[in-house]
Each structure stands twice: as structure tokens, then as C-alpha cells.
Design a binder for this molecule. Sequence first.
Ligand code: HEM
Ligand code: HEM
Ligand code: SF4
Ligand code: SF4
Length: 345
Amino acid sequence: MAKHETPLLDQLEGGPWPSFVSDLKHQAETKPEVYDILGQLELSYKDRITHWKHGGIVGVFGYGGGIVGRYSDVPEQFPGVEHFHTIRVAQPASKYYSTENLRKLMDLWEKHGSAVTNMHGSTGDIILLGCRTEALEPFFWDLTHEMGQDLGGSGSNLRTPECCLGTSRCEWSCYDTQETCYHLTMHYQDEIHRPAFPYKFKFKFSGCANDCVAAIARSDISVIGTWRDEIRIDQAAVKEYIAGNYPSNGGSHSGRDWGPFDIQKEVIDLCPTECMWMEGDELKIDDKECTRCMHCINVLPRALRPGADQGASILVGAKAPILDGAQMSTLIVPFMKIEKENEFE
Ligand code: HEM
Ligand code: HEM
Ligand code: SF4
Ligand code: SF4
């Protein structure tokens, strides 16, 4: 597989940003089939049509998902991408890796595939781009036997569940998102690997309403941490914020010239349910009206904390139809406890 002339793609290397074209050229030095990705893409730019063939089902024995079949429609010209299947590998909860694990995975992918990756796909999986049909089973054998890792979901099945950092690093997490995500991943193995639904299905887990994995916009079942008692207030710290001794938003707006901190403007007036007010120098909250949106807590993290009686809200049905745009999921269960003892149920 030889290098192709790619004048159109080369233009994408000119800007100030990192370029996938440069990355692919670099990769091609050790994986010559990657020259054919560039060649085929150049031809697509020229012809203004994709040269990936539509359709083509491939997989590994016993699984109905995890591999997305992909073939070139000009294989004589670009034999390196005649087959170029995508493999989805389940990511660890919150995407915590050890260097050892990553090295092993990449060694495996260099051995069996093109070595091109997308870390991570928007579904959360590790996406390995470019494998020939005959290399799928050997890769799968090594992945499951040597690394103890598994394929993720694709097609009309349960997709690999995804979670925020949760209690591992975030003090706002109202339940253990990692443990819950892991538990449900193990519980629903069958649904992940053998398509049982008429369409894809996603679970996503965020520890609080900041919703760092965008569960509310991207999942059929969103589990979002919340509390049912009262926001914990440290009035002394509120005073420090008002006096300008503590930076608001954990200092993330430092350096911007927004003038001195104004609790009325930046917190009370922005509370979506208008349930906050000052009484003298004390901050008051009518917790019955509070929707647990996290805004005030984000601005005053040293003064305010989620309540102590914590759990999660369950929402269903987010989708993003092309014409209507993103639609948020609908609240079904306002509050439930989520604990290991009751098996997260
Ligand atoms: C015939 C060509 C292709 C077809 C039919 C195709 C189709 C798809 C489909 C159906 C998905 C799943 C979307 C979902 O989550 O529901 C997907 C995801 C994706 N594809 Fe493609 N694709 C093609 C080529 C490519 C190529 C050439 C690349 C990159 C070089 C690519 C990169 C991706 C990425 C990064 C994702 C996202 C994976 C994720 O978010 O988990 N695709 N594609
Ligand atoms: C002005 C141009 C672009 C805009 C405004 C744009 C915007 C976006 C946005 C908003 C998302 C996030 C969607 C989400 O919330 O999940 C996204 C994701 C993505 N974009 Fe773009 N994009 C642009 C160009 C491109 C180009 C040129 C490529 C590839 C060559 C690309 C590849 C992707 C991929 C692969 C993802 C999914 C990332 C993932 O797997 O998590 N985008 N883009
Ligand atoms: S969603 Fe909430 S708990 Fe999870 S990482 Fe983001 S801020 Fe922290
Ligand atoms: S969490 Fe949101 S709704 Fe509740 S008091 Fe704070 S800003 Fe208002």
C-alpha cells in the first residue's frame, strides 16, 4: 500500500489546530493501510460522495453487537481499507485506566487492527477503527482472555452504560455512579451483546444535576443524583464570599473583569425557582421550592452543599430527532435511594 497524493486533505493540516490528517500520516508510517484511508478520503472529497459501502453485517461468535461492519466500495484502488470494521470496547467506569491496561490494549490493536482509535466515542466506548473480518475473532479472543475486557454495545441493543466521576473525585455526587454503572453493565450483559430492542437503548449516570455525562439529553434512562432534605448552608462561608475573600465558582472565572462578587445578581436572581433571599447577612432558601438545579452550589461551593439525604431522580426518553432537535428526558421518579445494599434497585 503506497502513499497517495492528497492535496485536498493536506489543506486540513494548515490551520492552527491539531489535524487528523497529520495523525493519520504519522500512523501510516507503521501501518501502511492507513495510507489507503487518506487516499479513499481524498477521493471522497473529490467525488463529493462517501466511498464507504452502505451496509455489511459482521460480528464475533455469540454477539449481536460491538462490531460495526464497514467496507470500501473501491477496494481495488484502496486494498488497505477493503474491510475497515469498527470495534467498540467497553470503557471502564468513569474512564479510569492504568497505563498498563492502555498499553496492552494498544499493543493488541496494533497486532490485529489499523491502530487507529477514537478515545472515546460519544457513546462512551473505546472506538477502534479499522479491522479486517478475519482478524475480529483473534482480537476478541485476546481482548477477553488476556485482558478480561469486553466489547461494548452497538446496533439495536443496550449500549455501554456511562457515568460521571461520581464519588471518586466529586464531592457533589449524591450516589456512587461508578458502582451503579458497573452493576447495571454486569446485570444487563445479555441486552448489551444480543440486540433485543427495536432501537438502541442507553443508560447514563450523573451524580448531580450538573449532569457531566449529559444523561438528560442523551439517554433513554437518565439517573441523576439529587437530595430530598435541605441544602446545607455554612453562613460564615456565605459572608466570606460576600466580602470577596473566597472566589466564586471555585475560582473558575478568576481573571475576568466582572467586578466584585454580587450575591444578589449572581446567585439569588439566577435561582430558577426564585426561592432564595437574604435576611440581613444570612442566606435563606425555601427548600420546598428548590428544584435542586445546583446553580447556587456551583457558585458558592464552600458555603453550600447538597443535602445529606441523597439519592437520584430517574428520567426516561431523551432523544435527538434531526428535525426537532434534542429533547430532554422526562422525570418519572423524583427521588429514590440508590445503594449497594438494595442492589441499586
Ligand atoms: C460506511 C461508512 C460508515 C457508516 C455507515 C457509519 C455508521 C455509523 C453509525 C451507525 C454509528 C453509530 C451512531 C450511534 O451511536 O447510533 C457510527 C458511529 C461513529 N462512527 Fe461511523 N460510519 C461510517 C464510517 C465512519 C468512518 C470512516 C469513521 C472515522 C474515520 C467513523 C467514525 C465514527 C465515530 C467516531 C462514531 C462514534 C462512535 C460513538 O460515538 O460511540 N465512521 N458510525
Ligand atoms: C464547525 C464544525 C463543527 C462543529 C460546530 C462541531 C460540533 C460538534 C459538537 C457540538 C459535538 C458534540 C456533540 C455531543 O454533545 O455529543 C461534536 C462531536 C463530534 N464531532 Fe464535531 N463539529 C464540527 C466539525 C467536526 C469535524 C470536521 C469532525 C471530524 C473530522 C468532527 C467530528 C466529531 C466527532 C467524531 C464527534 C463525537 C465525539 C465523540 O465521539 O465524543 N466534528 N461536534
Ligand atoms: S455530574 Fe455532578 S457529581 Fe458527577 S462529576 Fe459532574 S458535578 Fe460531580
Ligand atoms: S439549587 Fe437551584 S433551585 Fe435550588 S436554591 Fe439553588 S439555585 Fe435555587
